[in-house]
Design a protein around this ligand. Structure first.
Ligand SMILES: Cc1cc2nc3c(=O)[nH]c(=O)nc-3n(C[C@H](O)[C@H](O)[C@H](O)COP(=O)(O)O)c2cc1C
Ligand code: SF4
Ligand code: SF4
Length: 361
């Protein structure tokens, strides 16, 4: 049916990469040529689309009930074409005993389907895989047993999707939860516009960091800059979790103290003070600052993000001193032994380096 399969993928901790490899393997076993390419650090302009008898797949994790902004940016930059395409998002799977439980896609499939259709592509597949959750800023990595249950379950599912898609069929299993996905769309927009920037400012490297640069060199979005021998997270960070999981010294933590302190300083102290100060001059100005309308909430959130960024830079300097290192980068559950890290089974730093990137297309 198809001459070739080309997959463009984004993967923080290897789940989407694993799915891409499964599909590549199945395609090759069926005598179909196949290439998988990471979109890490892609550069514009992208190469023109392949011949029309090539099936194109886009694989990516789900972030905040949507696809990662970086993947969306890639799709927006993708040239127009007439190929048949499919999208596969990996979700946060968990288990209850040996029963796999699904994550939630939200707009992760709907948005790319619209964007790529508008570019002329024919959407033949919208599917999800509930691979192990990698959101380890919220919970420790899953146990080995849970991981193997989920991986095995997803491997079989991938086989079924591949059988349908590679033979020219259509697979829209990812739309089963459409009503719930649409209901949570406001959260997805909130995450895309504000939430992801907040998350990028929760990471800190503690004094166990030896400045090896592994995290910065392997960030798919080039979002880490080394400052005085330690990584510093910029707003380009999409919280893909790769750096935290590949750090050889387990030095990268999520600072709950910073999260709580900045939230209190900004919303508990700064905002009420700004409203009180504005009241001295004009009630209208105070009402605007405190308004709950969506536009004002957004503008306020971006302003707060700016101030938070300054606070983050100050804390980054302070954590060079022991008491601050302890408060901001060690006094957090992510630094405790039971807080497992996560990389997809069989995936290591070398896999993120060796895969092709789009600038080699
Ligand atoms: C910041 C962040 C947000 C996430 N949001 C969602 C979500 O909304 N729904 C979901 O099912 N999984 C969510 N996840 C889990 C990942 O999408 C999931 O573990 C995925 O398989 C990771 O793929 P990767 O290893 O290729 O990056 C989130 C993970 C992170 C780090
Ligand atoms: S990988 Fe870990 S030890 Fe190396 S620079 Fe990054 S935070 Fe420091
Ligand atoms: S800084 Fe870390 S979490 Fe952020 S995008 Fe880069 S690798 Fe992912």
């Amino acid at each position: 049916m198809y001459r070739e399969l080309i997959i463009h993928y984004l993967s923080g901790t290897g789940n989407a990469l694993t799915a891409a490899r499964w599909l590549e393997e199945i395609a090759k076993a069926g005598n179909m040529a196949a290439r998988i390419m990471a979109i890490d650090r892609f550069r514009r302009p992208l190469a023109p689309p392949p011949p029309e008898d090539t099936l194109i797949g886009f694989l990516f994790p789900t972030h905040g009930f949507c696809l990662p902004w970086y993947m969306l940016k890639f799709m927006l930059a993708f040239p127009r074409g007439r190929n048949r395409i499919f999208c596969l998002n990996t979700c946060a799977g968990t288990t209850l005993g040996r029963v796999p439980l699904p994550g939630l896609s939200g707009l992760a499939l709907i948005v790319p389907a619209i964007v790529l259709s508008l570019k002329g592509y024919r959407v033949r597949g919208l599917v999800s895989l509930n691979l192990p959750s990698n959101w380890i800023s919220l919970h420790p990595g899953l146990t080995k047993r849970a991981v193997s249950v989920l991986v095995e379950h997803c491997r079989k599912k991938t086989g079924r999707y591949a059988a349908t898609l590679f033979s020219g069929g259509r697979a829209y299993h990812g739309l089963i939860s459409l009503p719930v996905d649409l209901a949570i769309s406001p959260v997805a927009f909130g995450y895309l516009l504000v939430g992801r920037f907040w998350l990028a400012k929760m990471f800190m490297a503690n004094s166990d960091c030896d400045g090896c640069g592994v995290c910065a060199n392997n960030c798919p979005m080039a979002a880490l800059v080394m400052k005085n021998g330690r990584p510093c997270w910029t707003f380009r960070c999409e919280s893909c979790m790769r750096c935290m999981n590949i750090c050889p010294r387990k030095a990268i933590q999520v600072s709950y103290v910073f999260a709580a302190a900045s939230a209190y300083l900004l919303y508990g102290l700064l905002l009420p003070l700004a409203i009180m100060a504005a009241l001295h001059y004009s009630e209208t100005a105070a009402a605007i600052i405190g308004s709950k309308s969506t536009a004002i909430v957004l503008v306020r959130a971006w302003f707060v993000l700016g101030v938070m960024f300054l606070f983050y830079r100050i804390v980054q300097r302070l954590i060079r001193f022991r008491p601050f290192d302890f408060i901001f980068a060690r006094l957090t559950p992510t630094s405790l032994g039971f807080w497992r890290r996560y990389l997809a089974p069989g995936t290591g730093v070398k896999d993120f380096r060796r895969e092709h990137t789009t600038d080699k297309m």
